[in-house]
Design a protein around this ligand. Structure first.
Ligand code: GLY
Length: 593
């Protein structure tokens, strides 16, 4: 038994908490030893730069994402004069093949887009929706008690109407210049020819074998003949090639109505043991939504991202806003700096838990939460010497006299982040997900269906007070995804984001602080040892310098826990040329011209 296998077995035995760690923990060697060097000299050079801690540089365009095949697909589009929107389509459909556990056609995504021609920032919400037949009791048993997390996840119950295909079509219609079918073709070809299973994918399959076995189709794909695919195996996905062929010929309308939509609905409704209520009507009425970017000021920058239903921009912006009055220049190994960042994050998470949900269903005090006076008041709470003893939500200015209870959503890490800058200066920052690793474990048309609905609070109310992020028909579950574009003097200067469940917020915030306060390059910022605090416990990244913070943080009054913290930051700095960094914890790279 390898060290990793033993770790996974121990975690599975430990139950849900263990499962969370299993989803996060992958042998660090798997992050860079995928044999991807052989794909091209450019990819080999990008991997070498990442290993050396050096950012990739370029004068014209750049793409950074979680898998070299996907990055190459995007780079080919950009090299041929395509826009960041074109490249985004090519990257996403390739990720759906080679990193299927994290994102794909069966999931949802949020895009932050900077349009170089108009200077405008906008966000596109491609989040999944709850079926019209869903009720606030979706994740409760007959007595009204919340289901166990994986009892809710595995099967049809957790599947929301996918938004990623519609988002890709929308961005291509708005900002694309290349023919839609040509953008799908590289992934279609590789699905037919077969791709080499990476160490990371193989390890995640092995660690999830029991749940993957819950569906015959999923089991047969990832564990043919009952044996989990191994690193180096060739995996052919003909159903995915067929799906992409249909979308290439007929457009994404063929995803939301017709044979594919019927197959998705049938798979959800007949899932053994845990069927869901997704219907053909839910598929047919799905729409992406354009929403205004939510921006927070930080040290002469505007940090802009996705507002509700994501909590990302609000929590990143609140954390930074509370830190504005403090000097963080002592860097990531300074206990006081970490105390400030950790407690600011806890305060932001307290507001998030009470106030943030789908703003089409509940009023969210977006403006009030980012009001400088409110953030100064909350930030003043940090002005002590030790960890905050109590953290409670604040009272941001709110134009509705509504009272919410704190929610209890459980979010485990999966997801993927893509950053792209094209030759015209357009910028795409998109975080994309099927929620848990391998989503609902249901597969149709060669892709996995999401379990995004488990991002809702399983409880609908607490002591008779409703919870903002409760399940409601048609509603979008609250997210932590934080695709971000940082602006300075009305120009984009950083595109950044990460996977990692609700720790996405901490990973993204730390990378921004790394670049603005600590003067780091994108590659250095992606590699900062993590220390993340959401709800009180300070998680420090095991095996890194962050563990050296343990004594000081404990003395400051925090409970400290060393664990794997597998972010997947993909960062592009825009200024005098482009500089890109990819998280050393995963397989991704940045590639320029
Ligand atoms: N499912 C991950 C997120 O949306 O935050």
């Amino acid at each position: 038994m390898t060290r990793f296998t033993m770790t996974v077995v121990a975690m599975v035995l430990a139950g849900t908490a263990g499962a969370q760690q299993a989803a996060d923990a992958v042998d660090p060697e798997a992050a860079s030893s995928g044999g991807f060097e052989a794909l091209s000299p450019e990819i080999a050079a990008a991997l070498e730069a990442k290993a050396a801690g050096t950012s990739v540089v370029s004068d014209t365009w750049m793409v950074a994402a979680a898998n070299p095949h996907a990055v190459q697909a995007g780079a080919d589009v950009l090299a041929a004069g395509g826009t960041a929107a074109d490249a985004l389509v090519a990257v996403q459909v390739m990720l759906g093949l080679v990193e299927p556990q994290s994102s794909g056609l069966g999931g949802g995504a949020f895009l932050v887009w900077y349009d170089a021609a108009t200077g405008q920032l906008t966000t596109i919400d491609g989040r999944e929706t709850a079926p019209l037949a869903a009720t606030p009791r979706l994740f409760q048993d007959a007595t009204g008690e919340p289901l166990g997390f994986f009892d809710a996840v595995v099967g049809g119950r957790s599947v929301g109407t996918p938004g990623t295909p519609a988002l890709l079509a929308e961005v291509h219609n708005r900002w694309g210049t290349k023919d839609w079918p040509t953008l799908l073709k590289p992934a279609m070809d590789l699905a037919e020819a077969g791709f080499t299973v990476s160490p990371r994918l193989a390890q995640l399959v092995a660690g999830d074998a029991e749940r993957l076995a819950s569906s015959d189709i999923t089991a047969e794909y990832f564990m043919p003949g009952g044996t989990p695919v191994q690193a180096g195996d060739t995996l052919v996905n003909l159903p995915y090639a067929e799906t992409l062929g249909t979308l290439a010929a007929e457009g994404v309308g063929a995803f939301y109505a017709g044979d594919l939509a019927r197959a998705i609905v049938a798979t959800v409704q007949t899932a053994p043991g845990n069927p869901g209520v997704l219907s053909e009507v839910d598929m047919a009425i799905y729409q992406v939504k354009e929403r205004p970017a939510v921006c927070a000021s930080y040290r002469a920058h505007e940090v802009c991202g996705m507002g509700p239903p994501s909590s990302g921009a609000l929590a990143v912006g609140q954390t930074l806003g509370m830190l504005e009055g403090y000097d963080l220049s002592a860097g990531p190994q300074d206990v006081t700096v970490r105390r400030l960042i950790g407690d600011a994050s806890r305060l932001a998470f307290a507001d998030r838990g009470r106030y943030v949900a789908d703003s089409d269903y509940v009023p969210v005090p977006v403006q009030g939460m980012l009001e400088p006076a409110y953030l100064a008041e909350r930030g003043a709470l940090l002005d002590g010497d030790s960890a905050l003893e109590e953290v409670a939500p604040g009272t941001p200015a709110f134009d509705h006299a509504l009272n919410w209870a704190d929610d209890e959503a459980i979010e485990l890490p999966s997801t993927s982040h893509i950053s792209i800058v094209d030759a015209a200066g357009n910028v795409a920052s998109m975080t994309t997900t099927i929620e848990n690793g391998f989503g609902s474990r249901l597969m149709v048309g060669g892709f996995l269906l999401n379990n995004e609905l488990t991002d809702f609070s399983f409880r609908a109310h607490s002591d008779g007070v409703p919870i903002a992020n409760r399940v409601e028909p048609g509603k979008r579950p609250r997210s932590s995804m934080s695709p971000t574009i940082v602006m300075k003097d009305d120009k984009p200067v950083i595109a950044v984001g990460s996977p990692g469940g609700s720790r996405i917020i901490g990973y993204t915030t730390q990378a921004i602080i790394g670049m603005i306060d600590w003067g780091m390059s994108p590659q250095e910022a992606a590699a900062i040892p993590h220390a993340v605090n959401r709800f009180g416990t300070y998680d420090v990244e095991e095996g890194t310098d962050a563990e050296a913070l343990t004594e000081g943080l404990t003395a400051a009054g925090f409970e400290v826990n060393a664990r794997a913290l597998t972010s997947g930051l993909h960062i592009i700095a825009i200024g005098d040329g482009l500089r890109g960094g990819a998280d050393p914890r995963r397989e991704g790279i940045a590639l320029g011209d």
